[in-house]
Design a protein around this ligand. Sequence first.
Ligand SMILES: C[S@@+](CC[C@H](N)C(=O)[O-])C[C@H]1O[C@@H](n2cnc3c(N)ncnc32)[C@H](O)[C@@H]1O
Length: 209
Amino acid sequence: MEITNPEVEKYMTTLLENRAVIYKEIEDYAEGINFPIIEPLVGILLNQYSRLIDAKRILELGSGFGYSALWFSEGMNEETEIICTDFKEENRKLALEFFRKARVRTRIDFRLGNAIEILDELEGEFDIIFNDVEKEDYPEVYIKAIPKLRKGGLLITDNTLWYGKVAQQEITDYQTKGSREYNKLAFEDSRVLSVILPLRDGLTVSMKL
Ligand SMILES: C[S@@+](CC[C@H](N)C(=O)[O-])C[C@H]1O[C@@H](n2cnc3c(N)ncnc32)[C@H](O)[C@@H]1O
């Protein structure tokens, strides 16, 4: 099930036609190898949020080859640090190459390994934690990420409507269960104010109070 009507989504994406060429290059590459990226509509949202709260320290869980980090970095300078994480060295290499091409000015620290273990190890607070790992790990990410946010900071998680499957109670695969459980945690927790944005595959945005 598409969350947004495909024609409407296409229309919205055409409004971002003047985005930098590097985004299109990565989008084409991702499409060519059938790799899931956040795509422009979510990208611009991440950029808007980071500007809104003047984010200086951003942690990404599941960075792939840097498309989402590139959106976070747009308009930012060396005062902002983005910590990227991924399992795969080839993704890291590619990301660093795309960042170089895009002349990214933010500080980038790309760490290899399990993003959840890296989250555990990192000290200090974050302005934004962006979660894009496997859905079955979402509840664990939620529990570990909220204490690491500063007051007013945001935990943003992609694909939380999971093709609408979260609303179909008869669907009980581990990915759907992970997303459903994540949303339950985010909406029952009095430490945060959460909203689900039905954009693309759905994003849950939790602001720490
Ligand atoms: C959906 S892709 C996201 C790419 C990126 N956020 C973007 O939109 O450009 C998920 C990426 O997260 C990585 N990943 C998934 N679970 C992970 C984990 N637990 N630790 C580290 N990387 C993980 C995968 O290798 C993959 O590259």
